[in-house]
Structure formats: C-alpha cells, structure tokens
Design a protein around this ligand. Sequence first.
Ligand SMILES: [Zn+2]
Length: 261
Amino acid sequence: MNTQLFFLSASYILGMIIGSFLNVCIYRIPAGLSIVHPPSRCPHCETLIRWYQNIPLLSWIVLRGRCASCKAPVSYRYPLIETLSGVLYLLAFLYFGLSWSTLVFWIFFSLLLVITFIDLDHQIIPNVLSLPGIVVGFASAFFVQPLTWQDSAFGIVLGAGLLWSVATGYRLLMGAEGMGMGDVKLLAMIGAFLGWQAVLPVVFLGSVVGTMIGVPLMLIKGEGGKLAIPFGPFLSLGAFFYIFFWAELFNWYVSTFFQSI
Ligand SMILES: [Zn+2]
C-alpha cells in the first residue's frame, strides 16, 4: 500500500473515531454533563455500551440502528456525524498533507461539527466551545503558514465586531433579539483560525447557503417567516466552503468579469 493511501485511510478512520466522541460532546455539553465520565449507556434501557458495540458506523450497521439489549432505535445522527467527521479529516489531509495545518484543521472541523449540531438542537453555541476555540485558533497562527498572528488577532476583532454590530443594530431597530451573542463568538473563532481575510467571505457564503436553505424552509413551514433558523450551522458551512472553494471561486469571478477590461 502506498504512503498517501495509508495516510488518507488513517485520517478517515481517525476522523470516524473522533466523530464518535463528538457525538458524546453534542449530547452531553448542552446538558451540562461530563464528556469523559461515565461511559456511554443506552438512553432507553441504561445498558452499558461495550466497546465492540461502539465501533463508528460499523456497529450501527451491524446492529441495524438498534440498541443491542432493548432494540430501541439509535438515531441515524450517530453514524452521520461519524461519517461527516471522517470525510472532513480526510479532506483536511488531502488539502494540507503531512503538516501542522492538517492537525489545526482537524481541531477546527471538530469544533464546527459539535457547534453546528448543538446549535441545530438547542439554538445555543456554548462558550465552553467557542471561547477555547478562539484561543486555539490564535495559537495555531504561529504554526500555520501563511497565516500570521496579526491576521488571526484582527480576524477575532473583525469577526466579533461585525456580528456584534449586526446584532446590536437589529435589536435597536426591531426591538427584538435577531442574532445571539453565540454567533458573535463563533465568527470570532472562525476569524481566529482563518484570519481576517476570511471573515467577510465566510459571512457572504454562509448567507448565500442560509438563504438557499432557509427561505424554502420558511415557505414550507409557514409561520410568516418567524421560524427561528440558527445562523451557526451556516457560518460553519461558510467556513467550509471558504477553505476548499473560495480561492477557485474568486479566481473564476475575476477571470470571467475582469479579464476583458
Ligand atoms: Zn437499550
């Protein structure tokens, strides 16, 4: 087996294993429970889940999405998040190769996955994730080229400042809370990891995806557009698209619209 294939498989498997832990974080952090203790039990019958019943994706398939003891259904979200995590770890290695950047982006993607699903479930972004995320993102700027610590520091300020202004402006104009402080801290974290250059593109990409998904959802669900859609998942998607597609998109745009001038 060649080396590249070995590292790609290893990245995917590591991502799946970490994904299994991220499921625990998504379930326990909003409930204020410890993420390391006690070991996982079936929420239905309280039976301890053995290690061989907890192998990412495979156990879920072998047990056909049911608890081994009481046969209560186990949510498809568990294998979904494990697979997503595996794919993101694989993509990060494919893109950044054997480097510090890969490690940093593994941490970044793990944080975004946990934040996204907690925000979808509870419409909150816990500080225990976003605040340490800001610190780790800033520290990583010393290892990841070509990002400088100045890019990262300004990314934190711009990310927080931008959404704080939007949130405050909306509250003053509409007299209601339109955006939570959780989103403010999340964009500061994204700015810390990706630098100030990423902040506006991430908000732009997140808003485009948010509009494409959010508007049809509102039309289907009705309620006069009052449906609360969390912004966190779309900021996370915006960050994902920024990392893998922004440079190509930007070059395509410039070459299409400015080459003739
Ligand atoms: Zn059970």
